[in-house]
Every structure is written in C-alpha cells, then in structure tokens.
Ligand binder design. Sequence first.
Ligand SMILES: *Cc1c(COP(=O)(O)O)cnc(C)c1O
Length: 430
Amino acid sequence: MKSEKSHRLFEEALKLLPGGVNSPVRAMRAVGLEPLFFDRGAGSRLFDVDGNEYVDFVGSWGPLILGHCHEAVIEALEKSLRRGTSFGAPSPLEVELAAKVCQTVPSVEMVRMTNSGTEATMSALRVARGYTGRDKVIKFEGCYHGAVDSLLVQAGSGVATLSLPDSPGVTRRTSADTLLARYNDLDAVRAIMDGQGEQVAAIIVEPVAGNMGVVPPAAGFLEGLGELARSSGALLVFDEVMTGFRVAFGGAQQLFGMTPDMTCLGKIIGGGLPVGAFGGRREIMETVAPAGGTYQAGTLSGNPLAMAAGLATLIELEKPGVYGELEEKSAALAEGLKEAAAASGRVSLNRVGSMMTLFFTAGPVTDFDSARTSDVNRFTAYYKYMLGQGVYLPPSQFEAVFVSLAHTDEDLKRTAAAAAAFMESLGREG
Ligand SMILES: *Cc1c(COP(=O)(O)O)cnc(C)c1O
C-alpha cells in the first residue's frame, strides 16, 4: 500500500495542526499508524491521496448512512448552494427539517438546530439544569457526549465518588457536578438517586452505547432510568447523536418504545454537513431563548446547506423498506464476521442494527470495564491487516463499525473474507 503523499501531508500538518488533525481519533494513534489523507468518496468507497481504494466502514463516524455523494444529497446541496450559503436569518428549509424531525423522533415536539453534536448535548444539559433548577448530571462510564467540559469525565468507577476530570482544562468544580455510573447498572443509578436525587437535573445516556464500542442496553435498563428520573424529578436525556435515524428511523427511542424527556441529535441529521439538534417536550423546549430565558445561540445554526443535506437524507431514509435493507446488509456482515471469528474463539460481536463492534475478548461486553478486557494489540493487528486488504475500519477497538445503504453484497463478502483470513492466521500462530 503506497502512502507517500499521505505521509508528506501529515508531516506538514503536524507543524500546523495539533497532532496533525482537527479531531483526535483521526490521528490513528490507537493503532500506531499515521492518518490517511483522503481525496474523495463515492458510494461505499473512499480514495486516498495515494490512489488507494477502500471499502469505508467509518462513514465519517456515522453521518453517511447513504454512503458518499448520494445523488439526492448532492442535488439538494447544489440547488441550495446557488441561493446562498448562509443568511443568519430564518429560511424555509429549517422549518421543513424541524417538521420532519418532530414527526419522526417520538420525544421531540420542538427542536433547536446546532452545528454539532457537542453543542447539542451541552445545550440540552443547560436547558435541563435551567428547567429543573438543579446542578448535577448523571452520565455513564464509557459513554461519550461530545467535547463538553462537564461531560469529559469517565475516570473512576461505580458510583458518585468525587469524579475527577479526564482532561486538563476541565475544572474540578465543573466535573464535580457530573456523577458517574456503570452502563447497564441500574443499582448504581439508584444509589446516586437515594443520596442526591434532589440535586440531579438530568440523566444523560447513549440508549445504545457506541463510543466504547457498541454496547446494547440490557433489558429494562432504559425503562429503569426513566422511572428513576421521573421519581426524583430529573430529566432523562437520550443522546441519540449516533443512534438517531440509524438504529431505526425514529432512533433508539422508537426501537425500544421509550419517550425520554429530551433528545440530542447529530451526525445523520446533517447528511454529512455540520449539524446537531436537541429537542423534547414542548414545555421544556419553550424555556429556550427567545421563547424562554435559557440562552442558546449559533451564527450558523440552521444553515441552509446543512438543512438541505439533512432533509435530503431523511427523505431517502423515509422510503419504505430502507431500514429492512440496512438490517439485511448489517446482519450479513455480522454473520460473516462471526463465522470468521469462530476459529479464534476470543472475540465477541455486539450489534444493534447497522452499528457493530467486534471486540477481541470472549465477552460478553456489557459495559466499559468488560469492553476494556479486549486485547487491543490483537485489534491493532486486525486493523492493519484489514486496511491492507482495502477495508477502512474505525481505527480503535472502542468505536462502532457503520454499515451504509451504499455497501454492496460484494463489499460485505470481501470484508468478511478478509476477516476470516486474518483469524486463520491467528489460529496458525496459536
Ligand atoms: C459523535 C457524538 C457526539 C458529538 O458530536 P460532534 O458532532 O462530534 O460534536 C455526541 N454524542 C454521541 C453519542 C456521539 O456519538
């Protein structure tokens, strides 16, 4: 695999951008590689600047459920582009996308558009705190909710001991308002609520965790969170930035028949452009400025290009049979990977719809601690092998592989065959 051009660009980038990138996971440090620089994408394929072609299972970390350069999205963008790139004033597409989101996502009666998932979660928590008049937030170990100060806390384990910030620059006082619990552990949440329930503004959760690798919610976990939140007067916030429009058109809340108080969206809702959104019950959302007093704003929020790409994507996803097709493709890949892995024994596959992770541990993987039993050296070997076979996976054990509607049966077979060849080589080594 040639990589001279990527290498040269990376050397230049290192002088100009911290770590040579604009977002850390792209740097590929977890697998000990240098990042590839990409020239273009088409359907299920990515082409790097050295001319290598890959089957893409990153999909820009989730947004590209239709694949790269889907005709409907490109057309909508071209049409919108000619009318102006930004008005800093309302435009019709915002209303159209908002209507679509409110129709589709069960808990959302009103919505505010933002420019990223990070802004969505940050703002949703501000609104939850304003609405409840309380300060504390419960989050789960291994769940990621964007680069928000108060949510960059995962350290420590179990319950509400003093949580220390994960990142320099996050103050102790900020992180002290974040209480940690183990994913899928209702007792841990109950213990926090027993002691400090009256101070808790919100429980924020990825309804299917995707940022410690894919970890599905245990039966009753999400419902239990709903009950604990209700009985203590806290809001349940689903962070569906990854799962929204992915695990079902109406997100995880539709899949599991749940109605949280608030929902955060991102990724797919922007169709590959920078968008986030948060929404919820009308009485809660009416506390957001200028309807209410909780401030939230953005110069480019509701940007016409971003709205056009998002709307075009949702219109495609709304067509009959789309999620059935996505499920078939995803199940086929999962079957292929499981067969490949059967030889090795020490792997476990978690999947919900078109998001999945092959963990290099016997499993089961039900939370961050069990995810971390994975053999990351083995994952790295797998990653490098797959890349060499033209399969572009997320460069970390603790990320989700995304299947898109653009993946062909041939793409999926090729991927499973490459995985099988890797597992066999492991078998030979013993
Ligand atoms: C990606 C992600 C975010 C952050 O979204 P950005 O657009 O990267 O700011 C928040 N929550 C979850 C669950 C995510 O997967």
